[in-house]
Design a protein around this ligand. Sequence first.
Ligand code: NZQ
Ligand code: ZN
Length: 389
Amino acid sequence: MRNFQYGTPTRLIFGKNAIENLPEVLRSLGKKVLLVYGGGSIKKIGLYQKVMELLKDFQVTELSGVQPNPKYESVLAGVKICKEQSIDVVLAVGGGSVIDCSKAVAAGAKYDGDVWDFLAHKAQCKAALPIVDVLTLAATGSEFDAACVISKTETNEKTGFFSKSIFPKVSILDPEYTFSVSPLQTAAGAADGMSHVMEQYFTEESSLLTDGLCEATIRALMANAKVAVKEPENYEARAELMLACSFGCNGILSLGNSRSGWPCHALEHALSAYYDIAHGVGLAIVTPHWMQLVLKKHPEKAMPLFAKYGVNVFGLDSAMDKKQLAEKAIEATAAFYKEIGLPCTLKEAGIDNSRIDEMARHIADNEGLDKAYMALDLADIKEILTASL
Ligand code: NZQ
Ligand code: ZN
């Protein structure tokens, strides 16, 4: 086990009516609140109205219309408001895109330069306004991590940064606010949550403990996703999805492990940067093809990992030979995505072959996959994307 330091400063307030804690939470952080939200789903479910009622004693300014795969323009607009109005605290109400945009806004508000410096890794974010969120979609784990991912449409860039300063102070997690998430978005969220775990699990050094945490998390995500896509108001399924997704990106599942290089995320971020598709949809499409390719290219590394995953996640018979187990595990993964209603091909997601070369080059140049545990070169990346068509 490798040395590590670990700390997650975010307080989770989980469960029915957790929102009632919002005024008390915000009171300790300031009076002037920037309320950030997306395209209106929070109004349809009455959450916007509830938040406004709870914030009647605060000075609230709104930044609305944050799009999925949040755009840099929204970040700039938010930073401007924060600076002009001396905002005390950023309140994100929505999914990962709203929370990520809020994190970048909170960081930009405390920085004299262009906040893109953090995203381009030209500067390190050392301070941010406090962030509080009310989560409405189980997927990214942004509510419990120190990352944010922002897109620049004109250059097809989608990039992120990490900073301890952008951990939310408090995340309010009421599974009931996810009842209205569509079956497709629910499935995409579960696929994203699963991918976060797989990216940590398919690596060189791990322990029985972290393997067990990862396997249980994937099993929980799969079982509850199957229920939630059919029964959107099943509280227990929504609750388990929410909690399992929250653990996805905050490091607890891979304490002491080596790093994989997060290859499927590197591949997917180009797809959602070029085509603005849902992140979880892109992951579900590329993951089985990434698995096929690394099984062919790095069998000595991939085979034992995929065989272990097949046995401990899908209950495959450990007596089978490792190659067969690995192949069956890939089939079972793809079949699961299909079962929960996710597109299986890029074509189904509206993507043709016209920009495969360009995307492959972009990934090879920017994502460092040549240094991943199961390294990929330009030809490998192109092969995965082409197989995904
Ligand atoms: O815009 P609104 O109206 O809110 O609608 C959203 C949006 O259309 C809707 N939605 C959210 N909650 C809902 C709801 N619809 C009905 N009922 C509700 N309760 O769902 C749509 C998608 O929302 P979005 O926030 O984009 O989804 P998600 O949470 O999957 O976030 C995706 C973004 O997070 C990034 C992704 O790349 C993508 O940009 N990621 C962030 C990470 C992080 N910060 O750690 C890690 C991830 O790997 C990921 O990269
Ligand atoms: Zn993800």
